[in-house]
Design a protein around this ligand. Structure first.
Ligand SMILES: [Zn+2]
Length: 320
């Protein structure tokens, strides 16, 4: 078990007691209790709280959003009863405790370091309580530092952008017949600066049938591609390709910059095929791709600031 500062405090008291021992070996009780009271008071006072300036800067850097990546709750709203006021659920929490014996207390830090913005994390009140439960053992210092770093990056990446893309809508089924079961598709996930595709709708003509609407499209990706249409039930069940369109999730809208990049890549591909006609049919058939080095060299020549990587399923574009 880790020894905290409490036993240390007691040891100090004990040493003081030794000094207070009378030659007869009896305690001077009143003096002892005075010493204990003083020590307790000093311990209570020794909290390295954040200044108002630190708290203000921290909450603005977090964009008033909880830094727990699984939470990201908005923490401030206007007061409904008073036009001048607001309600706040946000807290400037200590990564390592402000006082001896608190969660994740680090005795190696100087008092100023403990009260510095580097030792703070902005959280909603629920998450601020959560991280201190069990005296912080479930949320160690490195975890909270990683949350803060990731959150600030996320806030920076979303500056001046629309809020996360909407999830795709669930697909709807249609049955023309007497009996049947219809199950709407799942909605797609929300995305970053893009909109998840809408779920496709299914269609069955006949007396009996089970129909499942297509899933919503996937969320938009960090490189700016909109949600990709999910496979429809007819495709998944191995029906003929003419049926694959039924129930397919719709695609989300791409970020305009992503569209521009895709257009540029298509142009480079044409250039490459014109220059190396022997390779052209293989590229057309998809058994070969234009080498990523060629693409990246052309990007440099066109003064573009981004590069592609060759992934398992084609080029990987950098995040926008
Ligand atoms: Zn939270």
């Amino acid at each position: 078990m880790q020894r905290t500062a409490a036993p240390l405090g007691r040891r100090k008291v004990w040493l003081t007691c030794q000094r207070l021992l009378q030659p007869t070996g009896r305690f001077r009780r009143r003096s002892l209790s005075l010493v204990v009271r003083r020590q307790r008071r000093r311990r209570c006072m020794a909290r390295d709280d954040f200044s108002t300036a630190v708290k203000n800067s921290l909450r603005m850097r977090a964009s008033l959003i909880c830094s727990n990546p699984d939470c990201r709750k908005q923490t401030v709203a206007p007061s409904e009863s008073d036009e001048d006021k607001f309600v706040s659920l946000g807290k400037a929490a200590h990564i390592t405790a402000a006082a001896v014996g608190g969660p994740r207390y680090d005795a190696n830090l100087a008092s100023e370091e403990r009260a510095a913005i580097s030792n703070s994390i902005y959280l909603c009140s629920g998450c601020a309580d959560l991280i201190d439960k069990n005296n912080g053992k479930d949320f160690p210092t490195p975890t909270l530092k990683a949350w803060k770093e990731e959150h600030e990056k996320w806030v920076s990446a979303n500056l001046n952008k629309q809020r996360g893309g909407l999830g795709g809508e669930g697909g709807s089924g249609t049955i023309m017949g007497n009996r049947g079961t219809v199950i709407g598709g799942m909605g797609g996930n929300g995305g970053v600066a893009g909109v998840g595709g809408k779920g496709g709708s299914g269609f069955i003509r006949g007396d009996d049938g089970l129909i499942i609407g297509g899933d919503g499209g996937n969320c938009a990706t960090a490189d700016g591609r909109g949600g990709k249409g999910a496979r429809g039930p007819t495709e998944r069940l191995g029906y003929s390709t003419s049926m694959w369109g039924y129930g397919r999730g719709g695609s989300g809208t791409n970020h305009p910059e992503y569209n521009r990049r895709i257009k540029l890549l298509a142009q480079f591909r044409s250039e490459y095929q014109a220059k190396f006609p022997g390779d052209a049919p293989y590229i057309d058939a998809g058994v070969d791709v234009v080498p990523a080095d060629w693409i990246n060299q052309r990007l440099v020549e066109c003064s573009e600031s981004w590069q592609v990587l060759l992934g398992e399923r084609g080029y990987v574009l950098p995040a926008l």
